[in-house]
Design a protein. Structure first.
Length: 311
């Protein structure tokens, strides 16, 4: 085995452990919450809480991250149980996409990472919420069976189970085993890609900083590969000082909604065809809206004061 291959294997193993150990506690927390929700939450509880109007229900669901803050890893097993308990799939989708971004923990970390900047913090939270709601409103007009896996829809009609602590722990363990397998596959792929394809220190990546139209899709691709937690990715984006606002914003919005490990986690709930369509839609929406925000911020910047020339 050559030294280069051996070094890549060692680096890949380190990357796998780093991502796996970072995400595992949140996966465990998410499955623990999902198990208790699935056991003790009354059937259609959210339908009684959410507005009857579909559009209003989606708008409110996108705000639930402010009350139930979870990261992108933890939210997937939670929405699996919520869908089984009667939460409309479009509302679950809005919560799933918005919650990792639109929550107090992410807001604080972004605010501190960008030196107490309300502009970047507000832009990130607002953009994340808006994109999540747009996607969910579109899917609210589509039959759930076209994008939710048949197995999840079948479980939605099976809600005769004992409401005991033992049943809750059993459901949590089952969710952990189901989601954990896909999480491990996603982490393996992420570590492989990070080791072989991505090196942000190269001249190629540094050159992209000079052009937002090229840097924005590149940063979204980087966010997809790095698969960072939404509570910490702002510090990485802030340290990429050469990049402008749009690439940084796209990095912080696209990553928590769609990354390499999330693709496999989403497959526990959604059909593969929908996941691919969601990836493309989020990529386009995030890129275009991030560039628009950067353009708007530049228009609002005050002109520099004119210094009179001495005669």
């Amino acid at each position: 085995m050559s030294n280069t291959v051996e070094a890549q294997l060692q680096d890949g193993s380190f990357q796998f452990l780093a991502i796996f150990l970072e995400g595992l506690p949140f996966i465990f927390l998410g499955t623990l919450v999902s198990g208790f929700l699935g056991t003790f939450l009354p059937r259609n509880a959210f339908e009684r809480f959410l507005p009857k109007n579909k559009t209003a229900a989606v708008l409110v669901s996108g705000l639930l991250g402010a009350i139930f803050p979870v990261c992108e890893c933890a939210v997937v097993p939670v929405i699996r149980r919520l869908v089984r308990n009667g939460l409309p799939a479009s509302c679950a989708l809005a919560y799933m996409l918005a919650a990792p971004i639109f929550n107090p923990v992410t807001a604080i970390s972004t605010y501190k990472a960008f030196n107490d900047s309300w502009t970047m913090t507000g832009s990130r939270l607002g953009l994340g919420y808006a994109i999540a709601v747009i996607v969910a409103l579109v899917m609210a007009r589509v039959a759930h069976s076209t994008y939710i896996k048949a197995s999840e829809l079948e479980h939605a009609h099976d809600h005769d189970h004992p409401r005991t602590l033992t049943a809750a722990m059993h459901n949590s363990l089952k969710d952990l085993m189901d989601v954990g397998v896909y999480f491990a596959i996603g982490v393996t792929l992420t570590a492989l890609l990070k080791t072989t394809l991505i090196d942000p220190t190269t001249d190629f990546w540094k050159g992209l900083a000079e052009n937002s139209f090229a840097g924005t899709p590149a940063m979204m691709f980087l966010a997809f590969i790095l698969s960072l937690c939404s509570t910490s990715d702002a510090f990485i984006a802030a340290n990429l000082a050469n990049f402008r606002e749009a690439p940084k914003l796209a990095f912080m919005v696209f990553g928590p909604m769609m990354d390499a490990k999330l693709v496999f986690l989403y497959s526990t709930v959604f059909r593969w065809k929908f996941i691919f369509g969601l990836l493309v839609a989020l990529f386009i929406l995030t890129g275009a809206s991030s560039l628009f925000v950067e353009y708007s911020l530049e228009q609002w910047k005050p002109d520099p004061p004119q210094i009179p020339l001495n005669p």
